[in-house]
Design a protein around this ligand. Structure first.
Ligand code: ZN
Length: 81
């Protein structure tokens, strides 16, 4: 009852984050995440980027993008520590 392939999980990520995914999709998605470190990490990363993107206006994005990514990477590294 869970996704077996990481590619399935990755393809559903934006649906999950936006709350568009069905209950079945969410169950399969999170079931995979429980077994798969890589997808868990990717999902966390994606959520942080989404969250930050909401706080940055489109006009700011080109200049600030590297800075934002750096911030994201630091956040992720701190989480693992
Ligand atoms: Zn995976």
């Amino acid at each position: 009852m869970v996704y077996l392939k990481c590619s399935n999980v990755v393809s559903k990520i934006s649906e999950i984050i936006d709350g568009q995914a069905s209950l079945m999709t969410r169950m399969r998605f999170h079931g995979h995440l429980m077994m798969c470190n890589n997808c868990r990490r990717y999902f966390e990363q994606y959520k942080i980027v989404k969250e930050l993107a909401g706080k940055v206006t489109a006009d700011d994005l080109p200049e600030d993008f590297d800075h934002v990514m750096e911030f994201v990477m630091n956040k992720i590294e701190n989480k693992d520590a």
